[in-house]
Design a protein around this ligand. Structure first.
Ligand SMILES: C[S@@+](CC[C@H](N)C(=O)[O-])C[C@H]1O[C@@H](n2cnc3c(N)ncnc32)[C@H](O)[C@@H]1O
Length: 162
């Protein structure tokens, strides 16, 4: 498969799970956490699908397109290892949806980061909330969900917070 085809498959799967999750949390109160703002593409998509929903976006760097960037206090800059525990300490486990889009080209680094992110996420999301991730996560309180949309295996990972 060409890199272009691979990219298209990845973002098509990403859009499908984001669209599903936006509907799935309709009755669940609480903000959305965008963990990995990057260019702001998925933030912008969530914002369009969830008008009126607070969306906090986390990243170490402010590299988002100016039209796809939250304003204070919804833009949270810093390392996840500091910013996510600080958010949990100040707001509690309130999120209805957590979207983790944190991957880089380094598979080993991605797996190491996914391990400690897994441990942080239950302190951020409310029971019944949903976690979407571009990396496989593992935690007793993250129950894997079968993708309710047609996406390639292991392209995106979905969990319910218990
Ligand atoms: C794949 S990009 C996100 C793409 C974004 N969702 C979009 O649609 O444009 C991953 C982002 O996660 C951020 N990131 C990765 N690890 C991080 C960490 N430990 N702390 C803070 N930011 C991190 C990177 O700076 C990068 O912007």
């Amino acid at each position: 498969m060409s890199r272009l085809d691979s990219f298209i498959r990845r973002v098509t799967a990403q859009r499908a799970v984001l669209d599903w999750a936006a509907s799935a949390i309709a009755a669940i109160p609480g903000p959305v956490l965008e963990v990995g703002l990057g260019n702001g593409r998925t933030f912008d998509h969530l914002r369009e699908k969830l008008p009126g929903r607070e969306i906090y976006a986390f990243d170490r760097a402010d590299n988002a397109h100016p039209l796809s960037k939250p304003t204070a206090p919804f833009l949270v800059l810093g390392e996840f290892a500091a910013s996510l525990p600080a958010f949990a300490a100040s707001q509690g486990a309130v999120a209805a949806l957590i979207h983790c889009d944190t991957g880089s080209g380094d598979a080993a680094a991605n797996a190491r980061q996914a391990a400690w992110l897994s441990d942080l996420l239950p302190s951020l999301g409310r029971p019944g909330g949903i976690v979407l991730s571009d990396q496989r996560l593992a935690h007793a309180r993250l129950q894997p969900l079968q993708a309710p949309v047609d996406i390639p295996p292991d392209r995106y990972f979905l969990y319910a917070i218990t």
